[in-house]
Design a protein around this ligand. Structure first.
Ligand SMILES: [Fe+2]
Ligand SMILES: [Fe+2]
Length: 192
């Protein structure tokens, strides 16, 4: 990312301070987040899989095609679209790997723990959750960088239809991912 900041002649420290507060700000805003505290853990896990993970598996490649298209069409006159292309593809890869890891490792362990709790299982789950939460921070930072690159997902005045769709869907990706991370960090993992 250093190059990106240098190219744009922006102060990296100032930006990162601003970026790291975005998720906290989102958390304080009035979002439509259901009260999951009384629900069984397995129900929360299934909800995450069927809504957030299913959304990502479909939307990450579909939105990726838009990001590539606007970069190839307008990258010469809008250098920010090249940066967006790079950051988005890193985000996409990390999110795909992260989601698969959750579905293959920690989610089955959580379900098993609910059926038959043991200290051993709890220890394994907590260890895995620590890593997953770190990955949430990394992908959260990528979203924040994309927000900065795109001037808060506001397309430029001369933007074409594809560009407008791309920016609107990126904003949706941010909102969905913040809800997703909130559910995992503050509801699911915090109960274990
Ligand atoms: Fe997830
Ligand atoms: Fe996650």
């Amino acid at each position: 990312m250093k190059e990106t900041f240098a190219e744009k002649d922006l102060d990296e420290n100032v930006i990162l301070t601003k970026l790291n507060t975005r998720y906290e700000e989102w958390n304080k805003e009035d979002h439509d987040v259901m009260n999951w505290d009384a629900k069984p853990l397995s129900e929360i896990v299934d909800h995450i899989r069927h809504t957030h993970h299913a959304y990502l598996m479909e939307e990450l490649p579909a939105l990726g095609q838009f990001v590539t298209k606007v970069y190839s069409r307008h990258g010469a006159s809008h250098p920010e679209l090249k940066e967006l292309y790079h950051v988005y593809n890193e985000f996409k890869l990390e999110m795909e790997e992260h989601t698969i890891k959750e579905e293959n490792t920690v989610f089955p362990l959580i379900k098993e723990y609910e059926r038959e709790p043991s200290e051993e299982l709890l220890h394994q789950i907590r260890k895995a959750d620590g890593e997953l939460e770190e990955e949430h921070n990394t992908v959260g930072d990528k979203l924040k960088v994309m927000r900065t690159i795109t001037s808060d997902f506001q397309p430029p005045a001369d933007a074409c239809g594809s560009c407008q769709i791309t920016y609107a869907r990126l904003a949706e990706m941010e909102e969905n991912t913040f809800q997703h991370i909130h559910l995992e960090n503050n509801v699911l993992f915090s109960r274990l």
